[in-house]
Ligand binder design. Sequence first.
Ligand code: SF4
Ligand code: SF4
Length: 483
Amino acid sequence: MLPRGRWVRCTTSHCCPCRRSAVEASCWERSLNGTRDVFAIPLEDGAHLVYAPLHGVAFAATSGMVAALSAVLRGSEGGDQDVAALARETGLLRRPPSPVTRRRGTPTPTEVTLFLTTACNLRCTYCYASAGDAPATYMTMDVAKQGIDFVIDNARREGAPFAGVHYHGGGEPSVHWNLMTESLAYARERAGGLPVIAASAGNGVFTDRQIDWMIANLNGGMSLSFDGLPEAHDKHRPTVRGTGSSARVMHTMRRFTDADYPYAVRLTVTAEQIPLLPDSIEFVLSNFTPKRVQVEPAYQLGRHAGEPDAETEEFIAAYREAQGRAARFGHELIYSAARVGTLTNHFCGITQDNFCLSPAGNVSACFEAFSEDNEFADVFFYGSPGADGYTFDMDRLDRLRDLGVEHRSFCDGCFAKWNCAGDCYHKSLATNGRGEFTGSQRCHITRELVKDQLLTRIAGSGGLIWRDDHTGEPCGVHGGTNE
Ligand code: SF4
Ligand code: SF4
């Protein structure tokens, strides 16, 4: 039986009451069991949020209860019996399973991401790829075919339920339209009875003929970049002719909505557009029906290098207000590193043999390292085409596989560790250089939003205790770039 009378009932449904800066030592969590997997995170007025990610448990508690729980977890004799019963009932006395996985051996991917082109029909002010600034490159059908053949053969050999063909890259995939349509037709024909799941990222500036094809063929859905209010979107996402692109993207979303087609929306928030975020979310959700809505502060990369930082307290406050509005539509916003409900040591596919082909046909693990002249190509490119499939640089691949969060000393002891999994490695390289990861302001955002998610779940579970009965795999969300 759970002890009664000393719980702190969570009174917030979607806001963390902690308004202090996480860099204040008093605001940091502390480990209760010495092995850093049960945390007491200070809230306000002496209240704490107890979070055991690996046990899938969270609850609010008084500081007295935290002290008693700490004694119980450390095995002290004669401790508080009610708290000891709570620890037993919630499984906190058991050793939890490890979420760590690691690939080994020669990679046998069953999904390929084709970086079709670096050309783009927009000139976004924050484009991570600075698309359009350099001469465009285009993939050939031979390059696409070789990648498709490879993953379909692997899928057959491995008995996979499907093969995946996806489109992404340092430009807009639909600009290389013939290759997009022909490569997918080829994949479906080559796969025979094996299902092919196809998905794409895109800027939403499509013709009706393209939209028809996407609805009919991209059965894995489309991730669209759309910044919300038309004035917010148009300021940063102009066409090559300098006109706003919001009307075109909204037309695409209306067509997708009418067809009940599965699409996601990603909003990139620059510093000066932070105040617009709540209205932007309301605008999107009251007019369209995306399955997921992702919000990320703009990274200071590519054309946005040197611009004002959006990873601020203001962003957190605006995100919280936006989440409150999204909740009215039944949505929980997605921020790529705050993933309560997911336990993993992988932030993204770079540690899991992500198989992406540059226009030249070489193998990259990172969506941002789409070209061989990327600053960190030597980190992320790990293979090249050969006469019979691909040749892999296994030393380089093993270095990528070893980038799981369990090897990030800065992340050790962070309560968000198994949800965040170390965040975007490309971003870490770009901001911290090639040395040891030393964290970023994004860590503060991640931890605040993880706290919010926990408090929301506790409130949704009756206000006392939340137990996670399902810890999913990472959703494959790509958080690293301004798209
Ligand atoms: S990157 Fe930051 S927030 Fe994420 S696990 Fe590491 S320390 Fe925690
Ligand atoms: S999340 Fe970061 S490291 Fe991962 S694929 Fe995207 S840019 Fe690369």
